[in-house]
Ligand binder design. Structure first.
Ligand code: UT7
Length: 337
């Protein structure tokens, strides 16, 4: 049984936040952000916005369902990847099931941050190969702006992240017209869990008691997302090439066969490093971080969907998706679109 990509869709909130907008509220500037990350603007729902993560995922899902040309009743499972769920629990998968008014199908949440969509897609592939499901809705969505530290204190993290969503219909197929997913791999190294993390409201630091204690001095590094940027960067540029090579080897393909690489949009400098290391042409690496920032679990489906929409990914193309992020976790998927 093959797992083919039947349809894609994406959605981003309307509110555009430029680097100059950020410079008005914290000590940063367009030059620093552009030079270090390549980002020019990102979308923010904002603290007062009315689009929680599951709604972003819902809007992307409607587009993916339409693009796939299926009726939503044909979806028999949901996998939702996010690090910014509407509620601490339950996860966004059940909310999506409710918004789409689907039958009581299963809904699984994946918490693997920037690698979330790779983990979600690999899981969908395994379920399809096992004959469990026929049409799986795989979603990556993030509403980061609800909880970023939008002061100078948080500038090393806050300027990078943006909101958005991407969705994919992954379907079982015995048709010869497409090979679909050819290989995937997933990795983790939990000893670096707190190099890129948001501790609140996890169980490790006793939040409930602390927050109810009026003498508690807030540790902002734990309440807001924290990233040891340079450390993460160094690991990313090692793990990306490793995981990509592994998928090519598993599929018995050569890098020369690749049509396009869609890396997780972590930092334009990481994409450029990868392009150079793999000897790829400009048209073989797709980037949209300039417009959306790093949208974590949403970044790969958002980039793939946009690349399809722009005609940069065509049916039959050999596409490699790869990600690295918090955990640390990383992985890649090689597919024939
Ligand atoms: O998606 C998950 C995986 N994430 C990643 O892959 C991200 C990987 N890391 C990175 O992309 C980079 O490390 C960053 C873009 C986050 C940071 O770049 P960097 O070159 O590692 O900068 P840095 O953190 O070492 O900071 C350099 C300087 C510091 O000032 P001093 O100590 O040298 O005086 C920072 O305080 O830049 C300062 N700085 C800023 N200045 C202006 C940090 N953030 C900002 C800012 N605007 N937004």
């Amino acid at each position: 049984m093959k797992s083919i990509i039947k349809g894609m869709g994406h959605y981003v909130p309307d509110n555009i936040v430029t680097n100059d907008d950020l410079a008005k509220i914290m000590d940063t500037n367009d030059e620093w952000i552009t030079e270090r990350t390549g980002i020019k603007e990102r979308r923010h729902v904002g603290r007062d916005g009315d689009e929680p993560t599951s709604i972003l995922g819902y809007k992307a899902s409607l587009k993916a369902i339409e693009n796939a040309g299926i009726d939503k009743s044909e979806i028999d499972f949901i996998i939702f990847a996010t690090l910014s769920p509407d509620l601490y629990f339950p996860g966004c998968g059940v909310q999506l099931q409710n918004y789409l008014e689907l039958d009581t199908i299963g809904a699984l949440d994946v918490r693997n941050q920037c690698s979330g969509f790779i983990y979600a897609l690999s899981t969908a592939h395994a379920y399809i190969q096992a004959g469990m499901y026929k049409n799986i809705l795989v979603v990556g969505a993030e509403n980061h702006s609800f909880g970023l530290d939008m002061t100078t204190r948080g500038r090393g993290v806050s300027v990078i992240f943006g909101d958005g969503a991407g969705a994919m219909i992954v379907s079982a197929s015995e048709d010869d017209s497409s090979d679909g997913i050819l290989a995937c791999n997933m990795h983790s190294e939990g000893k670096y869990d707190e190099e890129l993390t948001m501790a609140f409201p996890g169980t490790k630091y006793g939040w409930v008691d602390k927050l109810l204690d009026e003498n508690y001095e807030v540790d902002y590094q734990k309440i807001y997302p924290y990233m040891n940027g340079t450390f993460v960067f160094k690991h990313a540029v090692t793990r990306f090439p490793e995981t990509i090579k592994e998928s090519f080897e598993k599929a018995g393909k050569s890098i020369e066969d690749l049509d396009i690489l869609i890396p997780h949009q972590a930092n334009l400098r990481i994409s450029q490093f990868l392009q150079k290391k793999m000897g790829l042409r400009d048209d073989q690496v797709f980037d949209n971080i300039q417009k959306y920032g790093n949208t974590t679990a949403a970044s790969i489906p958002l980039a793939l969907s946009e690349a399809v929409e722009q005609g940069k990914v065509q049916r039959g193309d050999l596409v490699c998706l790869a990600a690295f992020g918090a955990g640390f976790t990383w992985g890649s998927v090689l597919l024939r679109y």
